[in-house]
Every structure is written in structure tokens, then in C-alpha cells.
Design a protein around this ligand. Structure first.
Ligand code: ASP
Ligand code: MG
Length: 423
């Protein structure tokens, strides 16, 4: 008998039929003698639709109200799922994030979990019932305001509950059979990764792989929660995210785990920056002051005659206009000539713990991309990742070229995408 936390994403509970299908799966796990806690996302595109609706009402919805609005999505799916499970003769009770004891800080729209007090969940399990918890939501510690954890936040709810309950496993059910060597929507011959380390999964998530959120992987690593990513549409084994990797640190270790891509970033170039100490510091103080998280940075060599240089950096495109406004306001103080904004970039990242001990990975990647006629605009690396920025419309070709250069293509069945829109 085990304590299992299962999380079902929006595409797994998109309509009544899907909810009944998922309920059967949950009932089976319960009848198998396990304690089962289920975290559920909003049905299908509910969250996107609620956001659209708010934007129709006002261009600047207050963030407190936005969070109350969005948490309604998960309330709908949790109650329907509990009903569907009850109808199969298995007791089930649903709980909001607040009822489940998910306590967060006060940052609306991107709150962080600071504590989980799952008393009601524990007592529900003790009564022999399945506990269903609304994902993606919590409550602030002192003011009892409802918060959300940021898009895709239900994964984090699931891992946080698994950690607090000392669950044996946290199963994340989605619309693909696990974590793949590339997005199967772009590379149909992508291969399922049976096991991946927390570090590699964090780099993949940070580099745009949407299958698991970054916060969720960070949380899982911190508390050592084993996460099994798998499809709710098939019975197949998925991907185990763990620190117990066979062959880690040996020559057996695969050099590359996968290729991630990201289309959600933009590039800002600050043109004509005086090449004197303190200017980069000033620029990034302004950017940080605007609460913008930046990713890659490139500074060009200054032209000796002018003493001016250009500094480019990437950031989430959703923060683009906000950041431009902040830099524009500081133009006189920084003393640059002009700003360029480009949101037609794409980022490819090659991730693998084995690249630590293998020379030539960058050379091989750059050769493959140049053979595919792809120009590189920016490059950055970590110990286990190489990222490059390309034109957005070259990104799919770049992903395919890198994937085959590192011989990641599967010789078996093609990867199946069971549902969802991939957003
Ligand atoms: N429903 C929320 C979203 O679509 C949370 C989640 O799906 O994890 O972002
Ligand atoms: Mg969703």
C-alpha cells in the first residue's frame, strides 16, 4: 500500500467523458489498496478563456480579482471529478487550495508556496476517501486572500502536497507519454526519456519544455519527491524524474538528454552604450527594478573610435513593453542612443549531464545548425546546457537538425500526442 499523489492536467479533464475516464483510473488506484490524493487543473482551455473574458471587461484587471477569477476554473473540475468518483462507488471529497492548507506569499498571479498544512487531506485519507485538491491556488498567510501560482502551477501544487504528505510517488498525468527528447509536435521521432535527473529536468523546464513547470521541478528536487510524468490516455510507463540515474557520472551516461525550445522570449538591444564601467550595472538595475527576469546577455566589443557598445538581452516577451518603458525612462541617465525590440526570436537548448565530461558538444551542435542553414544570434551555456537564439521561423528546423545530429531519433513507434494544444 502506497500514498500516491496524482495530478491531472487540463487536457485530461477537458469534458465530461474525460472526467469519467480519469475517475475510473483514480478509482482503480484506490481499489488497488492505495491512499490517493488527486490534484486537478481547470478543464481544457478554461483558464485561457477566463483570462480573455477579464481582458474584455477591462484592459488592466486588478491582480487580486484576477486570481479569484482564475481559481474558479479548478473549483469546477475538482467538484465534477469528485462526483464522478463517487458515482463509481468510491468515496471522494474535493478541497480548494485554501481548504487543503496551501499557504502562499502575497504575489498575485505568481505566488510561491511557503507552507502546506494538509490536515484535512490527512483526515480524509484516514476516513478511506480519495482527496481531490484544486491545483494552482493557495491562500495568503495573514490576510486570507486567494492567490494563484502562475500558469501551469498545478504541477507545483501536486509536488508540494506529495512532499508535505511524504507520498511515495507524485504522478503527473498529461497528454503525452512522458518527457521526450524533443517536443513530439515538432519531432515525431522523438524518444521517451525513461529516467532523467532533477538537474537536467530543471534545465529542460527553464529552456521551454512545457511538460513540467520549473517551480515544480525545483520543489521536487528540494524535497526529493520522485515524479512520474505519464499519459492519462494510455497505460504506458512515462518518465521518472529522480536522482537515481543508472550510469550517472560514467561513460554509459547519455551525453545529451534532450532538445528544448522556447518561442516565448524577445530580445532587446540597447544601442550605443558608453563603454565605461557601471553602464551594464545601471541597465540591469533598471530592468530588475521593473521586476523583469532576463535570460541571455551579450555585449558587443566596442568600436574603439566611438567608445560605444551594444548590449542585447532576452526576456519573456510578455514583459517586453514594460521593460522598454523602464529603459526609455532611464535613457538620459544611462546615456544610450536607442533601443531595438525583436520578438521574432526562438531559443533552442541542448541539455545533458554527460556534456560535463565530453568535449566537442558545442562544435557538433553549431556544425549541425550551420549545415541546416541556420544563423545563430546569441549563445549561452551552463555546465549541462547549450542554448542558442535563432530566428523564430527557423526554430523547428533547428530543433530537428540538433535532434538528429545527436542521434536522438527513435527507431521504434512514433511519439503520440493524445490531446491538448501544447500551450
Ligand atoms: N489551470 C492553470 C493553467 O492553465 C493551472 C494549470 O493548468 O496547471 O495555467
Ligand atoms: Mg491548464
Amino acid at each position: 500500500m502506497a500514498l500516491i499523489v496524482q495530478k491531472y492536467g487540463g487536457s485530461s479533464v477537458a469534458d465530461a467523458t474525460s472526467i469519467k475516464r480519469v475517475a475510473k483510473r483514480i478509482a482503480e488506484a484506490k481499489r488497488g489498496g492505495n491512499d490517493v490524493v488527486v490534484v486537478v487543473s481547470a478543464m481544457g482551455d478554461t483558464t485561457d478563456n477566463l483570462i480573455d473574458l477579464a481582458n474584455e471587461v477591462t484592459p488592466m484587471p486588478p491582480s487580486r480579482e484576477m486570481d479569484i477569477l482564475l481559481t474558479a476554473g479548478e473549483r469546477i473540475s475538482m467538484a465534477l471529478l469528485a462526483m464522478a468518483i463517487e458515482s463509481l462507488g468510491v468515496e471522494a471529497k474535493s478541497f480548494t487550495g485554501q481548504q487543503a492548507g496551501v499557504i502562499t506569499d502575497t504575489r498575485y498571479g505568481k505566488a510561491r508556496i511557503i507552507d502546506v498544512a494538509p490536515g484535512r487531506i490527512t483526515s480524509t485519507l484516514a476516513e478511506g476517501a480519495v482527496a481531490i485538491v484544486a491545483g494552482f491556488q493557495g491562500v495568503t498567510q495573514h490576510t486570507n486572500d486567494v492567490t494563484t501560482l502562475g500558469r501551469g502551477g498545478s504541477d507545483t501544487t501536486a509536488v508540494a502536497l506529495a512532499a508535505a504528505l511524504h507520498a511515495d510517488i507524485c504522478e503527473i498525468y498529461t497528454d503525452v507519454d512522458g518527457v521526450f527528447t524533443a517536443d513530439p509536435r515538432i519531432v515525431p521521432s522523438a524518444r521517451r526519456i525513461p529516467r532523467i535527473s532533477y538537474d537536467e529536468m530543471m534545465e529542460m523546464a527553464a529552456s521551454g519544455a512545457k511538460v513540467l513547470g520549473l517551480r515544480c521541478v525545483e520543489y521536487a528536487r528540494r524535497y526529493g519527491v520522485p515524479v512520474h510524468v505519464r499519459s492519462s490516455f494510455s497505460g504506458r510507463e512515462g518518465t521518472l524524474v529522480t536522482d537515481e540515474i543508472e550510469g550517472a557520472g560514467t561513460v554509459e551516461e547519455p551525453i545529451i538528454s534532450g532538445v528544448a525550445h522556447d518561442r516565448s522570449e524577445a530580445k532587446i538591444t540597447v544601442v550605443g552604450v558608453p563603454d565605461v564601467p557601471g553602464k551594464a550595472a545601471k541597465i540591469f538595475e533598471v530592468v530588475a527594478g521593473a521586476e523583469v527576469n532576463i535570460d541571455m546577455i551579450v555585449q558587443n566589443v566596442s568600436v574603439a573610435a566611438t567608445g560605444l557598445t551594444d548590449i542585447s538581452f532576452t526576456l519573456p516577451a510578455t514583459d517586453g513593453q514594460h521593460c522598454i518603458a523602464a529603459l526609455t525612462a532611464a535613457q538620459a541617465e544611462i546615456g544610450y542612443d536607442s533601443l531595438q525590440y525583436d520578438d521574432t526570436i526562438g531559443k533552442l537548448s541542448l541539455v545533458g549531464a554527460g556534456m560535463r565530461s565530453h568535449p566537442g558538444v558545442s562544435a557538433k551542435l553549431f556544425a549541425a545548425l550551420s549545415a541546416a542553414g541556420i544563423n545563430l544570434e546569441m549563445i549561452s551555456t551552463s555546465e549541462i546546457r547549450i542554448s542558442v537564439v535563432t530566428r523564430a521561423d527557423h526554430l523547428d528546423d533547428a530543433v530537428r537538425a540538433a535532434h538528429s545530429a545527436f542521434e536522438l531519433d527513435s527507431t521504434e513507434d512514433e511519439a503520440v500526442v493524445y490531446g491538448g494544444t501544447g500551450r
